[in-house]
Ligand binder design. Structure first.
Ligand code: GLV
Ligand code: MN
Ligand code: MN
Length: 426
């Protein structure tokens, strides 16, 4: 890379100003944000992002999946970017993350990556740098899975299918109502795939959402692999009865199967699957009253593994456990599979380019895997994908406690900028 490029830095004040404006949309009293996909706050954030793009003199683009992007067209656009080889004609180098949040989430998850991506485009544009590929800063739809999960990136990658929209983990009615609010449809979602060779690469900056960087005193984590995620709805079905006059031994109490399964699943994973995690994030009781024995509990089950083969074994073990606990309390069990995201490995050349950028910037870096899901896993079989993490204070995330020092955010954005220049400039 030329000397002129290696001294280039993003504008920290400008990025902070954008980040703060975004954090005020859907802000909660405890310092977080509440922007579930296609909620009013989420759509407002997207409208703000669109206006921010237009103010910057960048091109705005949206697609059938509702992904929102800023585009900086290549002025050269004909030659292979340094590092990857191949004849790249009119390809796009994608940078991004997501503006949706989990319910009552934090300000940094996703938002930092989108604001850093936009800031990289602004920096490249104002410095008149000629890249050999188009640069695009994208806000992917529904990364968090309040509706489907990795929805926008799966659609763009051509991995989204009708069955994924038929029984989404956030509920079909919510998905349909959300798409309507956003002016999207099932047909538009399913036709948002980009041509297979149109992407030159995908890079994402994200907060770590764990404690490893902070504990190790490292500035940057270079992600080696992203975990896979499988989701189910398990319904334990018993019988409604009077909670006062029915003796304890005469009840078919759905809550007992659901609770016993939750505890036993934790033990199973800790004992037999130490590389995996399991989570029961929600239980809905029906009829749901103080004085009625629960007739039905719908339980939201998610489990994660870095390894496809281990997934299959864990899947069997968890479903057998659910059957066993249901039988133990005389209950029926209904099992609804709600989708999976495969684990994926990050591209070696991108990881090496990130490492070289960190070295040039004097930042300490370490390789680590991601226990959180990210849009890069949708794109990994399409183009070279890489991610970096910056430290999360106390590892907090998916919570209003989520915090990353601004200096760390700026470090991450500069690594992103330098890596784009390394891979996409001549
Ligand atoms: C996304 O943040 C996920 O890992 O659930
Ligand atoms: Mn995220
Ligand atoms: Mn998240």
């Amino acid at each position: 890379m030329t000397q002129a490029f290696s001294t280039l830095r993003i504008n920290s004040d400008r990025m902070l100003d954008s980040f703060s404006q975004l954090a005020s949309i859907g802000a909660t009293a405890d310092g977080g944000v509440n922007r579930p996909t296609f909620s009013e706050a989420h759509l407002t954030a997207r409208q703000w992002f669109k206006e921010e793009i237009e103010k910057s003199g960048l091109e705005f683009h949206t697609d059938g999946a509702g992904n929102h992007s800023a585009i900086l067209k290549s002025s050269a656009g004909r030659v292979a970017p340094h590092g990857f080889g191949g004849a790249y004609r009119d390809q796009t180098f994608l940078l991004g993350s997501h503006l949706d949040s989990v319910p009552n989430g934090g300000r940094f998850d996703g938002a930092l990556g989108v604001m850093a991506a936009l800031e990289v485009l602004k920096t490249v544009k104002e410095n008149g740098i000629r890249l050999k590929v188009n640069l695009e800063a994208i806000d992917f739809t529904d990364e968090e899975g309040t509706l489907v999960g990795l929805l926008g990136s799966a659609a763009l990658a051509g991995h989204l299918h009708q069955k994924d929209l038929a029984s989404p983990r956030g509920g079909r009615e919510n998905l349909v109502a959300g798409m309507k609010r956003a002016g999207l449809s099932e047909e538009s979602m399913l036709s948002a795939a980009r041509p297979k060779d149109s992407l030159a690469g995908y890079l994402e900056l994200h907060i770590e959402q764990g404690k490893r960087l902070e504990r190790a005193g490292m500035n940057i984590g270079i992600v080696s692999a992203i975990v896979g995620i499988w989701s189910y709805r398990l319904s334990f079905i018993g019988r409604a009865d009077h909670a006062g006059s029915t003796t304890i031994d005469d009840r078919l109490d759905a809550s007992l199967g659901a609770s016993a399964f939750t505890l036993a699943a934790r033990e199973l994973v800790m004992r037999d699957f130490p590389n995996c995690v399991v989570n029961v994030g929600k239980m809905d009781f029906a009829p749901g009253a103080f004085n009625i024995v629960p007739a039905r509990v719908d339980l939201a089950l998610e489990f994660r593994s870095p390894d496809e083969e281990e997934f299959n074994r864990l899947d069997i073990a968890l479903l057998e456990l659910a059957q066993k606990e249901a039988r133990r309390f005389g209950l029926e069990l209904e099992i609804e599979f709600l989708g999976k995201h495969s684990p994926s490995i990050m591209h070696e050349k991108v990881c090496n380019a990130f490492a070289a950028s960190c070295d040039d910037l004097g930042l300490m870096h370490v390789s680590l895997s991601s226990g959180a899901g990210h849009d890069g896993q949708s794109l990994a079989d399409l183009c070279p994908v890489g991610m970096i993490f910056v430290p999360s204070v106390d590892g907090a995330s998916h919570s209003p406690r989520e915090f990353t020092k601004w200096e760390d955010c700026v470090n991450g954005a500069n690594v992103l900028l330098q890596t784009v220049l390394r891979l996409a400039a001549g």
